[in-house]
Design a protein around this ligand. Structure first.
Ligand SMILES: [Zn+2]
Length: 339
């Protein structure tokens, strides 16, 4: 739609800003449906000129890797099977053509897409749900709206299903919003400086893990070479080794994909377009915008009901939630022996 494919060269046309606008809206928490509504209300022409924008047209654009500038190879499961492969299993050739969407914006929209698969309602007033934890019970807080019909005041709570303690929505939100505002006022310049160091730490973690995987595959192959075909359990042993090798190799492919993502993110420069939204007055954003901002800025908020609702906020190092989560998992797994 915004680029025409002809002999593998792409020509940008006038629709590029619309595509960029769609990605931008999605990264701010808007649903496919709401984006389609907005485009129709603004009389923006849809790709199929005779009909209006629909949520599926918007979704198609948001999942189209062409806009991220990466040529997707092997994007089908097989020649006979046209079912699309999950993105993490695709092989990417970055910078094949000029990208319309920054890798940062792409990563954010993909993260929000996966979040919404779990039925996340971005426009709910409980913008911090699933992020808040009861320290004592080590459990995520549930939410409850106990506002009676026609009531002038809201009675909305985050509460712990185990210890039954609760905190008022306004009390929690005003604490978190103020802390968030103060933090980004102080640390914004720091963030863009430290991010390069973070990328390089991430690369080291993945490279180490990937080397470990490779050596594990070699060890498995070596061990298998000692099993004699005459052995009565040869077929079973061989199958078991083959499965283990396959699983380690699959993990390694995933790691190499994450490494590739980190390379693209780091080469593209600072994630200014994401971080700059933290600078604005958080109170001015609507619920879905607030929700999207907190999801990419905060890892976890813990509340200690016994210490007079003492609140602690664990901010993310970067806005790239999925990469950060992978690295956290790898760092936590270090003590485990994989084979
Ligand atoms: Zn509790």
């Amino acid at each position: 739609m915004s680029q025409d494919k002809k002999d593998h060269t792409l020509i940008e046309n006038d629709d590029a800003p619309i595509v960029q606008f769609i990605f931008y809206l999605y990264s701010f928490g808007y649903s496919d449906k709401k984006i389609a509504l907005l485009l129709n209300e603004s009389n923006v022409k849809s790709p199929s000129l005779e009909s209006n924008w629909s949520d599926s047209t918007v979704r198609y654009i948001l999942n189209n890797l062409w806009y991220a500038g990466d040529l997707v190879w092997f994007s089908r499961s097989s020649y006979e099977n046209s079912k699309a492969k999950p993105i993490e299993e695709r092989f990417l050739f970055p910078n094949h053509h000029k990208r319309l969407i920054s890798p940062q914006l792409w990563a954010t929209t993909q993260f929000l897409r996966s979040k919404k698969k779990n039925k996340d309602r971005m426009d709910s007033p409980f913008v911090l749900r699933d992020i808040v934890l009861c320290v004592k019970c080590e459990r995520k807080l549930a939410v409850k709206n106990m506002t009676p019909a026609k009531a002038k005041k809201n009675y909305q709570y985050y509460y712990c299903k185990t210890c039954k303690r609760k905190i008022n929505l306004e009390e929690l939100h005003s604490y978190v919003f103020d802390d968030f505002t103060g933090r980004w006022g102080r640390e914004l310049n720091n963030q863009t400086r430290t991010i390069k160091g973070i990328y390089s730490e991430w690369k080291k973690t993945i490279e180490a893990k990937s080397a470990e995987n490779k050596s594990n595959v070699d060890k498995l192959r070596y061990k298998l070479s000692f099993v004699k075909p005459e052995n009565e359990f040869y077929e079973d042993i061989k199958e078991s080794f083959t499965l283990q090798i396959k699983s380690v190799e699959e993990e390694r492919t995933k790691l190499l994909n994450v490494l590739e993502q980190i390379r693209v993110l780091s080469e593209y420069g600072e994630p200014l377009e994401l971080i700059s939204r933290f600078k604005e007055d958080i109170y001015k954003y609507n619920n879905e915008e607030k929700r999207s901002i907190f999801l990419i800025a905060i890892k976890e908020i813990s509340i200690d009901f016994i210490r007079k609702n003492f609140i602690e906020i664990n901010y993310r190092l970067t806005p790239f939630v999925e990469v950060e989560t992978t690295i956290d998992k790898l760092n936590n797994k270090k003590d485990e022996v994989s084979i």
